[in-house]
Design a protein. Structure first.
Length: 444
């Protein structure tokens, strides 16, 4: 739908939430991925930036020079205490602002909402322990002050939002959502609602996470022993233990048996259509709706395999304004976990019926690794880039599609032509949380 406003359920007028900037700080081949063109160069070819060193992992390798080039004027009193999560989040924000032609240092984001999504706490542990183990009797006043600054910036999941808000000198909403790998997806929904109701004109949404490679390696060693015990009691209806980090993740592939993690950050700039139009901003597309559900299980680690609550989330997004037949592409949230693939396949069958076989549904988790909180923003970014360019990226590392798929995962390393104006993007959290985002082209 074109125009600046759409009717709400209550008969009032709500404002369109358009995407005007994309920024990244993700693993790449020899250097980090920073821009939309960088991301496209990886995803459109089905390339994988996962490297094996006992365990497959996607590392960003952000140098001090790269950070200083993009953020040259941050006081060292604060920046020397930044964790990798701070640095990744600030770089992706700077890249997104540059892409949107917004200057956070000149007041362009003063009234913006600065929203962060965080799933993990690995980046905070060293700062937490350094304070916990410090001896007040032996520290100088200066050393104690340094520890205090480090702790205030880095011992909570609100760490990245804290420093991003300061960078922007923001007076608007500034908060963090933590719900695992659906974190930034939920914040995309919050940003859309804030813009739609007129609370803000601009929202900066960042997902950022860092996983400890040492922790991953130790989990692998623990699971190797646990797997032997599990195999002795496992019945046919019980899945194999996951993850196994020593093989390559293959979403939607018949050989899928593991998850590979990655680190990094993705930022999406959203604006009201009126605000973007006044300053002549480029529009990647629209965020039309977002919905979150949970499977209702007593098990805090399980997901229900029928996909019924994912179907509910999609139907809430569609409402009575759109139909599923208008959506020929879905950006899936599969990370190589066969349980995820099962409930996605069941949900797609329920939503599309016999038309499911023609649906293109891909995942690029194999490009950068399963990076947690950034996944929601990355799904939005990748989907809008595909929509803008009229091509669907292949599912990275998928060569032999699994037998139970109800959709076309675009295997291989080539894009598939597709002219589309609507798409869905899925994200999930351990414990059965499902997020669906409905996206549209600029004038859809």
């Amino acid at each position: 739908m074109s125009g600046s406003a759409a009717p709400s359920d209550g008969g009032r007028r709500t404002r369109d939430a358009v995407v005007t900037g994309l920024g990244f700080c993700l693993p790449g081949d020899g250097r980090p991925v920073f821009t939309a063109d960088d991301v496209w160069d990886v995803a459109s070819k089905g390339n994988s930036s996962l490297l094996q060193d006992d365990a497959y992992y996607g590392s960003v390798h952000l140098s001090d020079a790269m950070f200083d080039e993009r953020l040259p004027d941050i006081p060292a009193f604060f920046s020397r205490h930044y964790t990798a999560a701070h640095r990744f989040g600030l770089v992706s924000m700077a890249e997104a602002c540059s892409d949107a032609q917004l200057d956070p240092f000149s007041g362009d984001l003063t009234d913006a909402a600065i929203l962060a999504g965080r799933g993990g706490v690995d980046a905070n542990i060293d700062s937490y322990l350094s304070v916990l183990q410090a001896d007040p009797e032996t520290l100088s006043v200066a050393e104690a002050l340094e520890l205090f600054v480090a702790a205030e910036q880095a011992v909570t999941p609100s760490d990245v939002a804290l420093v991003q808000g300061a960078l922007a000198r923001s007076r608007g909403p500034n908060f963090t959502v933590s719900c695992g790998c659906a974190s930034s997806a939920v914040q995309i929904g919050n940003a859309r609602r804030m813009i739609a109701c007129g609370e803000v004109d601009i929202a900066v949404v960042t997902g950022v996470d860092v996983f400890s490679v040492k922790l991953i390696r130790n989990i692998q060693r623990l699971l190797q022993g646990a797997q032997k015990t599990y195999d002795t009691i496992r019945s046919d209806d019980m899945p194999e233990l996951l993850p196994s980090f020593d093989s390559l993740m293959r979403p939607y592939d018949r050989r899928a048996d593991c998850i590979n993690h990655g680190e990094g950050s993705v930022t999406v700039i959203m604006e009201s259509r009126e605000h973007a139009s006044r300053r002549g901003a480029h529009l990647y597309g629209q965020v039309l709706a977002q919905a979150t559900t949970r499977d209702g299980l007593a098990n805090p680690l399980a997901s229900e395999e029928t996909g019924s609550e994912l179907v509910t989330a999609v139907r809430r997004c569609l409402g009575d304004r759109w139909e599923i037949g208008q959506v020929p592409y879905v950006h899936g949230g599969s990370d190589g976990n066969v349980v995820v693939t099962a409930f996605e396949a069941n949900a797609i069958k329920e939503l599309y019926g016999s038309a499911a076989q023609d649906l293109l549904m891909t995942s690029q988790e194999g490009c950068f690794g399963h990076n947690g909180a950034p996944a929601g923003c990355l799904g939005v970014a990748l989907t809008l880039l595909m929509m803008e360019r009229g091509e669907v990226c292949p599912t990275a590392n998928c060569e032999q599609p699994a037998d139970n798929l109800t959709f076309d995962p675009v295997p291989g390393v080539l894009t598939r032509p597709l002219d589309f104006d609507y798409a869905l993007s899925f994200n999930y959290q351990v414990g059965g949380v499902k997020s669906a985002i409905l996206l549209g082209s600029p004038d859809a």
